[in-house]
Write a protein that binds this ligand. Structure first.
Ligand SMILES: [Zn+2]
Length: 359
């Protein structure tokens, strides 16, 4: 029976790790380490900085013999890259693994999949289970709030992923489990009912997001695939990252792609937008960073990328997304004002209209 990763979660201070550090190799992201080290009284035997999931970089770490002497455990501390690097190293070295997310930006600390990047493309190459996942609320609250708020991206993606899963069932006869789909959808509802806590990044919000990630991952285990959480929105993001050769802040970027996908699926996109906005996800920053042309390019070519990578069937396989349709989706999103900056009546901005919102 697949486990719920919540079993491994300890809502505890990372100070509990002190006795283990002398025999640990720690993979950290430097900013997280800067904050975390003041909360620790011991030093890890080896310290590695994570900055890329590129397979050759990971291989270099794995084979750096001086870093591995006396090491009995791998500890990953930081955001997605540090966590994924630690997972890879523990898997390759067959060592126990402890994960310490420094912000709840992505579901990676809770999934068993080992990811690497080969020639710019993400590949899942193995499975690894941690002995513990430390969710230290005080540590997490030291991260910029928008990082934690953005974590909801891997919950919002359920909305578009479930659409794709059902479509694959209807069109291709793919195995589909209505009960798992219902339970997955209920996670988005639970998020919606507790948005204030998520936005505030308070203790309840941190606990909620942790539980939602764990439940989402558990439902994927039960489904035997990532269908409940991953569909066209992730495929669009993978395409974008492949085409631009860059990686984007996962939660915010996947939110942006989920909004685009929901619009193109004609799947209650306005409702999804309202949740993303109320959670305070900074997907607009990703949109600005990426630029319209690169996003159009990704939307138009996501189908080819998915075919080349033999990704599961999604709405991308149906009517091809034309450049015009892609621009329409971007314009739909840009026509919204952020909730925090609603037009003030009587001022110049009261003349705001969807068209004038475009740039
Ligand atoms: Zn994701």
């Amino acid at each position: 029976m697949p486990v719920n990763p919540l079993e491994w979660v300890r809502f505890e201070s990372i100070a509990s790790l002190n006795p283990l550090l002398d025999e640990a190799l720690m993979v950290v992201d430097p900013q997280a380490w800067f904050v975390a080290r003041s909360r620790l009284t011991a030093n890890p035997r080896s310290l590695i900085r994570a900055d890329s999931l590129d397979e050759t970089a990971l291989y270099t770490m794995e084979t750096a013999s001086d870093a591995w002497q006396g090491i009995k455990r791998v500890i990953g501390l930081g955001g997605g890259t540090a966590i994924d690097t630690a997972k890879y190293l523990a898997w390759r070295k067959e060592l126990p693994l402890i994960l310490v997310p420094s912000a709840l930006t992505v579901d990676a600390p809770f999934t068993d999949s080992v990811a690497v990047r080969r020639a710019g493309r993400i590949h899942y190459i193995g499975h690894v289970y941690p002995e513990a996942i430390y969710v230290d609320g005080e540590l997490i609250q030291t991260a910029p709030a928008h990082l934690n708020r953005g974590g909801v991206g891997d919950i919002l993606s359920i909305h578009t992923a479930l659409y794709d899963w059902k479509l694959a069932y209807e069109r291709k006869g793919e195995a589909y489990d209505a009960e798992i789909a219902r339970r997955s959808a209920s996670l988005v509802e639970r998020l919606t009912l507790n948005i204030r806590d998520v936005y505030a990044v308070n203790e309840a919000g941190i606990r909620l997001l942790t539980e939602l990630f764990c439940e989402e991952v558990h439902l994927c285990y039960l489904a035997g695939s990532s269908r409940p959480e991953e569909g066209s929105e992730h495929h669009i993001l993978y395409t974008l990252e492949y085409q631009t050769g860059r990686t984007y802040l996962h939660g915010a970027a996947v939110t942006l792609c989920a909004l685009m996908a929901a619009y193109l699926q004609e799947n209650d996109a306005n409702a999804l937008w309202a949740i993303a906005e109320a959670c305070g996800v900074e997907y607009r920053a990703i949109l600005d960073e990426v630029g319209d042309d690169a996003l159009v390019n990704a939307l138009v070519h996501a189908r080819d990328y998915a075919l080349e990578e033999q990704l599961p069937y999604t709405f991308l396989m149906e009517t091809p997304i034309t450049p015009q349709r892609a621009r329409e989706a971007i314009q739909w999103l840009k026509a919204f004002r952020p909730l925090s900056a609603r037009p003030r009546y009587g001022s110049h901005s009261s003349r705001w209209s969807p068209e004038s919102g475009l740039n």
